[in-house]
Design a protein. Structure first.
Length: 231
């Protein structure tokens, strides 16, 4: 759970400042202290800088991650309704370095813009700011890494994204491996990525929360140049 901006845990520490300077992360953009346990001091201090993140876990060394260090990211943002009326938004973002060290930010918030009529008197909570910032970061990462990854696939180098493997001539979802020529349709519906393949009664599915938005963009690009149909 993301704590308020006014929390004592949001203050920039000397250790975080030193690490940010060492990694040349630039100016501080925001602080996202996160409750990670039941005890009062079970709080992860997370600082968002222009070029990356710094975080401090209780009793652990201070970690840092430049945006250029990120090799994989997962993003999930779900709107909840009760019943038929917007209730709250739940999100989770995970950024992973090449050495498999990850930073996960997850929380919930009520987006005042979703209310009818909209309520403008109360500003968005810090969790909303965190989600918006992470969306910008993931968008930047996708824009930066998509062209190079697409070129690697076109050179004949298959790319693995969790349970999905992409090649120039085929797509593999879990245990199912099919040429693009057999793909009749693919797209996202109700929180799931679906691939309809000729000869299969049901589409192959994967929850979009398990697939980086970047991977979906890559899939759609490959489908477009390889003959797969995108809905």
């Amino acid at each position: 759970m993301i704590l308020p901006r006014s929390s004592e845990w949001a203050e920039l520490t000397h250790e975080a400042t030193e690490v940010a300077t060492r990694y040349d992360l630039g100016d501080l953009q925001n602080s996202f202290p996160t409750k990670v346990g039941l005890r009062r001091k079970s709080v992860r201090r997370v600082y968002a800088f222009y070029a990356g993140m710094v975080w401090q876990d209780p009793g652990a060394e201070t970690e840092a991650m430049r945006w250029s260090d990120v090799v994989d990211w997962r993003e999930s943002r779900t709107l909840h309704y009760q019943p038929g009326t917007y209730s709250h938004t739940q999100f989770s973002y995970t950024l992973t370095r090449a050495d498999n060290v990850s930073l996960t930010l997850t929380s919930t918030f009520r987006d005042r813009r979703m209310e009818h009529p909209p309520v403008n008197q109360v500003g968005p909570p810090q969790a909303f700011s965190c989600s918006e910032f992470c969306q910008l970061v993931c968008g930047h990462l996708a824009e930066t890494m998509l062209p190079a990854t697409l070129q690697a696939v076109q050179r004949g180098e298959p790319q693995d994204f969790g349970s999905i493997t992409l090649s120039m001539d085929r797509i593999k979802v879990g245990r199912h491996d099919h040429p693009w020529a057999q793909v009749k349709n693919l797209g996202v519906r109700e929180g799931s990525f679906e691939v309809s393949v000729g000869g299969l009664r049901r589409p192959l599915t994967q929850e979009t929360a398990e697939i980086p938005r970047f991977t979906l963009s890559l899939i759609f690009n490959l489908a477009a140049v390889s003959g797969g149909r995108v809905r």
